[in-house]
Ligand binder design. Sequence first.
Ligand code: C2E
Ligand code: CA
Ligand code: CA
Length: 720
Amino acid sequence: MTAVRLLILDAEARTGKELLQMAGLPSMELRTATDVSSFFDLLSAWQPDHLLIDVTLAGVDGVELLLRLADLEVDARILLMGNISQRLLEAVRLSGMAHGLQVIGVLTRPISPKSLRSLMLAEVTETHQAVGLATPSPLALPEVSVLDLQTALAQRQLSVVYQPKIECRSGALVGFEVLARWIHPQQGFIPPDLFISLAEKQGLIDELTLQVMSQALPWFHTFLSQESLSYLSLGHRAELTLSVNISAHSLPSADFFPKLMELCQSAEISPGAIIFELTETGAMEDPVASLDLLTRLRMKGFQLSIDDFGTGFSSMLQLVRMPFSEVKVDRSFVMTSADSHESRMVIKAIIELAHSLGLKVTAEGIENQEALEFLQELNCDRAQGYYIGRPMSAEQIERWMQERIQRREEQRLQTLHSLNLLDTPAEDRFDRITRLAQRLFKVTTCVISLVDAERQWFKSRVGLDVCETDRSISFCTHAIEQEEVFLVENALEDPRFAHNPLVLEAPHIRFYAGCPVRAPRGDKLGTLCLIDAEARTFSEQDKQLLSELTAMVEDEIATSQMLSEDHLTGLLNRRGFEQRAQHLLSVCQQQSLPASLLYFDLDNFKRINDEAGHQAGDQVLIRFAAILKEVFRGSDLVARLGGDEFAVLLIKVSEASLEPVLLRLSELIQDHNQASSPLQSLYYSCGIAEADIYKGYSLQKLYNLADQKMYRNKHLKKLT
Ligand code: C2E
Ligand code: CA
Ligand code: CA
């Protein structure tokens, strides 16, 4: 290996040395030129392999300087720095690259030693660590020839590593990207960028990719068929994907893709599980032929990803025209997202653009929690990077999976415990939802189950006597491994549950449907689940309804009880009522269910307050609230909207069937009045409005209508 020679063009001869020392890169040969002419002299005399150029040096036209370098066909790796914005520097970089220069990065002044270090060492050091090799001396780049590469291919020296990809929101595993590795018998680790571009130039890239695929596909097949994936999986087995890098140089060759497809077939991997990642689509020789080919691949079911999006060669036009299914945001933006406003704007724009075209977005280069959180906020779909997992060998992947399952479970339990929900008394706000679910689905049992380390504990339960069961036999443990509803239509026919004591003995579970309940930051706490002693079927619409009800449970967990409660009566306050009513009405609309709003106003409240004092007034309100609670089933919303106004929202109850309920209400009020003094007696007026598919589901409309009716009733009373 040859030591790296770095030539710096900078006004101060000293800065270069200091920078390298600060960045921890002292062991390289270094020369500094302070003006352009001595820079070019040193360039030809000393032949450096790296250049660090200040493009804003007084008297220097940065773009012109790069043009001169391009004319000289300089193949050194170039870093640009300057006293201008990152954006302008990027523009200079692009112009340099468009002229064939290898501009590997830009640094705005003042230069942070950290970004210098990460730019210069990125590929070399990091990948060495990933394959467990000793870190080479900084920047000592190996030199390999075509012959070396030919030999490597003939002797099958290339190996592969796999880097995991997760879903941003849930952290569930979604797949792997396979990356080529070459450990040269004498030179050791060769950076992929180096041998890939060599293979591309020398027409060896097709063979290289086929060798990569012939190793990765059988591995992926074995991985997918692992027993342990079935319910300890981190994601949906059927949806796991394998991403493969395809060079634009391979597109024109006629027999390349047929061979790839053959490999897929013989490894029994369906095209839908494969994502081809393409970079430099702008450099495609024949865009029309490429479009034809890519379209054909898509029609066969393969997924297509545009790699390194946002950098030099991929363009917006390509994205819109070509049949891509995914965009990969280039890692240079993600890795600088913490420090660079521009990077954040670029990432945001790419995600919005991709989503507006119906494409998924993967962000790569995620190196810390902050970057992951930033991407979660932007609704990025998938994430990849050292923070999640480095590129790993097949054996390392096994261990990574085990550790990840453990780590995620620890974090999940920590979140669950921090919410202080376990072993707390029953709460109306949760019971309301389980009762409603039980009624809508007509099942014997509905519970909100929280899955603790060794047990599941029920925060709310209808139709079940016990408050907890052992986790090892719980259905919910399986349900929280899923992203959506987990369904067991007939437990006796399911080998995982046929011998479960909850199936063989009381409560004799036959049917189970559980939807994961998430904490605000995504951890799955437990489920909202339906249980029945009869086997049953469950439609897509049922699943959707259960998910909606689960979202209500999540809302209750996320919002503080204090803010939505009326402190005097313990009923919902206006804010709490309206939030929940809107949500329920939209569920009713989706499911075409009727709903009714009852609006109450006390007739004599002002007189009580004026003549008997506020304390007596409060007592009357408390009493009325208690009677409302008693009359209206727990699954409905009962609220004090303010003053002496009350409201009740009932689901799936028609106006006609309300009559007996209202009769009961007036009976209870009469009982109260008979036992109280005239100043404590209650008189109220009520208006009812219905929502259904014909009348619509607007809460505002319901308010208006019920209010009108209530006033009409009040008026009529005065007349009689
Ligand atoms: P790529 O396709 O963009 O692959 C991602 C690269 O980013 C990998 O580098 C990976 O190790 C690195 N990476 C992933 N996460 C992080 C992170 O958090 N921080 C940092 N600093 N880097 C991260 P690698 O393996 O060195 O590959 C470099 C490039 O070589 C790849 O870039 C790809 O363009 C090319 N390449 C690798 N294997 C193949 C292959 O089998 N075929 C083709 N055609 N190209 C390949
Ligand atoms: Ca890639
Ligand atoms: Ca990439």
